[in-house]
Each structure stands twice: as structure tokens, then as C-alpha cells.
Design a protein around this ligand. Structure first.
Ligand code: GLN
Length: 486
């Protein structure tokens, strides 16, 4: 059962010589072999002999007593993140044969600390989606209930952790892609502040919102990973030069007298599932018992977040995806004219949702419509950010549910694109404002589906966000039991 360990326990076990890195790796690989056919969390799995070699090297290092903290820990990476020498498709056929010549800074940092990457994880193509049904490599099933979606876009990354096919994942969150699948699969996921972690080597989606963060089995795991991932990177000018806190220490501080705001727009949303609401309310009670001051607050522009997000993101998407033309990267569909090569490669290489975004984005950036759509959306984005600034003058963090509902059925929303977009109602606002936000399992519905709770903090306020998350995270053991027997 080594694969069931969280990161913190796995690190401890290796240190205490309870088991070897080779055994831990084998347990994880057996699980992938047993389950990937069904869950489809991995697009590419690294060659086992290669992995075994790395694990034996880790064992040798661990035996010396002087080794980096993540030595021998198996992890996975979302396929929209570049990894040197290992295929990175972004879950789109246009990059079916693409091997990046370098690894993303965050992946490099994790590997430099000894962790072993076992494979590349399925996702909605280039991060476009909220259910992981928009991958050209097939959908991802939720390991807790296989008739349901894993969430998106980092569905493979969340499902792999929940299903014990790796100890943790590195994923990307532009507008919820870490938090929403984490909430659907009953694991923990952090979207860091914009600028906290380097985006170098991430396939860009909407560059002014994209962030990279960890998905793991506990808040303490996330704290350890953020200490490694965070910080200034010369290769990404948007990273900030601020010291990285000792998150592992911060998450054990008392939260007595802390002020937590409950945004009323989230609680009053039409379509908020009644069981999700119940779990929120019981968590609020628990927090009051811990001496936290709960306040109802208002973020008046919340209802504009989805329309704003779905103008700005497709606009940036359409521009960023221009580089994928069949000439410079990946798969080419030949044609007589240059135009035919572009059009043929893009038609065959992108799924429907990516094409939809390119069309919407190109339209809203075009000369005649720029002011009416793109510029207006930028202005509303500022109003949304100001809502948060105002509220953080009164409270330390905000608590909401991560999603209005638990994981939905496969196929339920895929043909109703507006329904799919509203799935992001609670995750898009913090993303537009560049704020850190964490999803932790908050409880289970009657049908044993996990419900994620979201803690949103002020810019660079990850430490407090993680601290609160650590206090409210649903008993990990309960989720673990469902994962194994549910
Ligand atoms: N559901 C969001 C979208 O489709 C998620 C994007 C993301 O965070 N990568 O745009």
C-alpha cells in the first residue's frame, strides 16, 4: 500500500528506512498499469527500466543520509507543461510528436530535489475545459465514481493523485484548472498568486492569468512543494522577487481571532447544490468554534467574472495558439499552398473547444470589436480585482466552495457550452485578480462525492491560505478509505 502514502509520510518512510524508493516506485507503477486503461490519467508513462534506475540511485543517496528532500518520490506532470526529452502534447494531436528541448523551471526544481517523474498527465487540450472531456487522448474518469468527470482542465493530475498513481502532481491553473479537479477528486490543489511560481516552460494559454501549482493529498504536502517551487526566476519576468515563507511552519499557527469573509454572492448563486451549501455551513460553524471571526462580505462584480473571463481568456488564447501552425512545432498536414498547411494542421490538430476559443478570441480582438469586447472586459477585470482589494481591508481570507456542485456525470455538460463555462463561477474571479486560492476536501455528499472548499487570500498570501486550509481539510483518512474501497 506504499502508493497510498501522502508526500510527507513517504518522505518520512524513506528516511526511516521503512521501505526503499524502488519499492515505492514499483507500487505506483503497478497501480498505473492496473488502472490507467480505465481512468486514463496519463497520456505518456516513462519507460519503467529508466525509472527503476533512478529509484535505485535515490536509494543509494538516501543510504548516505545526505540527500535532497524529494529523493525517490514518484510524481506526475500535466501534459501542458514542457519536460525535457519526454513527449509534451498539451493533450492536442498537433503536438503528438513534440519533445521539448528543456523542462519547465518548476519541474526542474522538483527534479533537482530528487523526485522521479513517472509520466505526463491527461488534461483538457491546452487547459481549455472544466471536465477533461476536451482531450484528444480521451476523457479522464473520476476514480471516486467512474461515471463522473474528474474535472478540468487538470483532470489527469487530480485523478492520478486521488487514485494513488503518483504521490503528487504539478499542474497549471488559468481559471480553476487545479482547484476544480482537486475538488471533484477529493485532493488538495493550490493556485499560487500570479508571479509566485515561474511559468517558464508552461504552454501558454492566457498569459496574464496562467499559474503553476501542486496537487497533493494533504496541505502539509502542498506546503513542502511550494517551498521548492516558489521564487523568482530569471527566465520569467513576471515572477516576483519576494522571500518564500517557510510554509510548513506557517500552516501550524493558530487561527484564533482570524477574520474569514464569506462572500454572499457565492452563497446566493442560483444552482448552488444544497449538499455543498450544507457542508459550507457546517464548516463555518466549526471555524467559529475555533475562535475565528466569520463575516458576511460582498464582492459585487462576481456575476461578471464568467463573461469577463470568457472574453479575455479566448483573446489571449487565440494569440498564444498562433504559434501552432504545423510549421514550427509538432505534426504537419501537408498541402499545396502554405495556407493549406496552416489550415489543415490546425483543423486536424485542435479539438472543438480550442477552435471555439480561437474564433471567439480573434473576433473580440479584431479592429471593429476590440473596444466593445476586449477593452470592456479589461475594465471589468479591474473592478473585480478592486472588489477583492476592498474586502481584504476587512478580512484576512475568504471561504467559498470550490465549485457550485460536486463532480457531474460524463457527457452531462459537454454539449452545453454555457453550462460548462458556469462550472468556473467560483474559481474564475480569484484567477482574474491574480490571487492565491486553495481547494481542500471539505466533506462528502450522501453519495460519497467529495466537495472542495476554497480559501482565497490576498496577493502573496499563500501562507495564511494554507494555514486555514490545513485546519478545515476534511479528515484525510475518510477520503483515503473511499479511494480504496469506495
Ligand atoms: N475551465 C477553465 C477554462 O476552460 C479552466 C482553465 C484553466 O485553468 N486552465 O478556461
Amino acid at each position: 500500500m506504499l502508493k497510498n502514502l501522502n508526500l510527507t509520510r513517504a518522505v518520512e518512510g524513506l528516511k526511516n528506512k521503512d521501505f526503499k524508493a524502488t519499492e515505492l516506485l514499483e507500487s505506483v507503477i503497478d497501480r498505473i498499469e492496473e488502472r490507467n486503461n480505465r481512468i486514463n490519467a496519463f497520456i505518456t508513462v516513462v519507460d519503467f527500466d529508466n525509472l527503476k534506475k533512478k529509484a535505485s540511485e535515490a536509494d543509494k543517496k538516501i543510504a548516505t543520509g545526505d540527500y535532497p528532500i524529494l529523493s525517490g518520490i514518484p510524481f506526475g506532470v500535466k501534459d501542458a507543461i514542457c519536460t525535457k526529452g519526454i513527449r509534451s502534447t498539451g493533450a492536442a494531436k498537433i503536438l503528438d510528436n513534440y519533445k521539448a528541448p528543456y523542462s519547465a523551471t518548476v519541474v526542474k526544481k522538483i527534479e533537482d530535489n530528487g523526485a522521479i517523474m513517472v509520466g505526463k498527465q491527461n488534461c483538457d487540450s491546452f487547459g481549455h475545459g472544466a471536465s477533461n472531456e476536451q482531450s484528444m487522448y480521451g476523457l479522464v474518469r473520476n476514480p471516486i465514481d467512474e461515471s463522473r468527470v474528474a474535472g478540468g482542465s487538470s483532470g489527469g493530475s487530480a485523478a492520478a493523485v486521488a487514485d494513488n498513481q503518483c504521490i503528487f502532481s504539478v499542474a497549471e491553473d488559468t481559471g480553476g484548472s487545479i482547484r476544480q479537479p482537486a475538488s471533484f477528486c477529493g485532493v488538495v490543489g493550490l493556485r499560487p498568486s500570479y508571479g509566485r511560481n515561474s511559468r517558464y516552460g508552461i504552454m501558454p494559454m492566457a498569459s496574464s492569468l496562467d499559474t503553476v501549482g501542486p496537487i497533493a493529498k494533504s496541505v502539509e504536502d502542498i506546503a513542502v512543494l511550494m517551498e521548492i517551487m516558489a521564487g523568482r526566476d530569471e527566465k520569467d519576468a513576471t515572477t516576483v522577487n519576494e522571500p518564500v515563507p517557510n510554509y510548513s511552519k506557517e500552516i501550524n499557527k493558530s487561527i484564533k481571532n482570524l477574520k474569514i469573509g464569506i462572500p454572499k454572492e457565492y452563497m446566493e448563486l442560483d444552482g448552488l447544490d444544497s449538499e455543498v451549501e450544507k457542508i459550507m455551513n457546517s464548516k463555518i460553524k466549526e471555524l467559529e468554534e475555533l475562535g475565528v471571526q466569520i463575516q458576511s462580505v460582498s464582492l459585487p462584480h462576481t456575476k461578471y467574472a464568467i463573461p469577463t473571463y470568457y472574453i479575455l481568456v479566448p483573446s489571449e488564447d487565440s494569440s498564444n495558439l498562433g504559434r501552432l501552425d504545423g510549421i514550427r512545432y509538432g505534426v504537419r498536414v501537408d498541402g499545396n499552398e502554405l495556407y493549406d498547411i496552416y489550415a489543415g494542421s490546425r483543423a486536424a490538430g485542435f479539438p472543438a473547444e480550442v477552435k471555439r476559443r480561437i474564433i471567439i478570441g480573434t473576433y473580440s480582438l479584431s479592429a471593429g470589436y476590440y473596444d466593445a469586447y476586449y477593452r470592456k472586459a479589461q475594465k471589468v477585470r479591474t473592478l473585480i480585482s478592486r472588489d477583492f482589494e476592498e474586502v481584504f481591508k476587512k478580512v484576512d481570507v475568504l471561504l467559498t466552495s470550490t465549485s457550485p456542485f460536486p463532480a457531474f456525470k460524463i457527457g452531462e455538460k459537454v454539449d452545453d457550452i454555457l453550462q460548462m463555462y458556469t462550472a468556473d463561477a467560483f474559481v474564475a474571479p480569484a484567477a482574474l485578480a491574480g490571487l492565491p486560492a486553495l481547494s481542500v476536501p471539505g466533506g462528502l455528499t450522501k453519495d460519497n462525492l467529495p466537495v472542495g472548499l476554497q480559501i482565497i487570500g490576498p496577493r502573496m498570501g499563500e501562507a495564511q491560505v494554507l494555514n486555514v486550509g490545513n485546519k478545515i481539510c476534511f479528515n484525510n483518512a475518510d477520503i483515503q478509505i473511499i479511494r480504496i474501497y469506495g
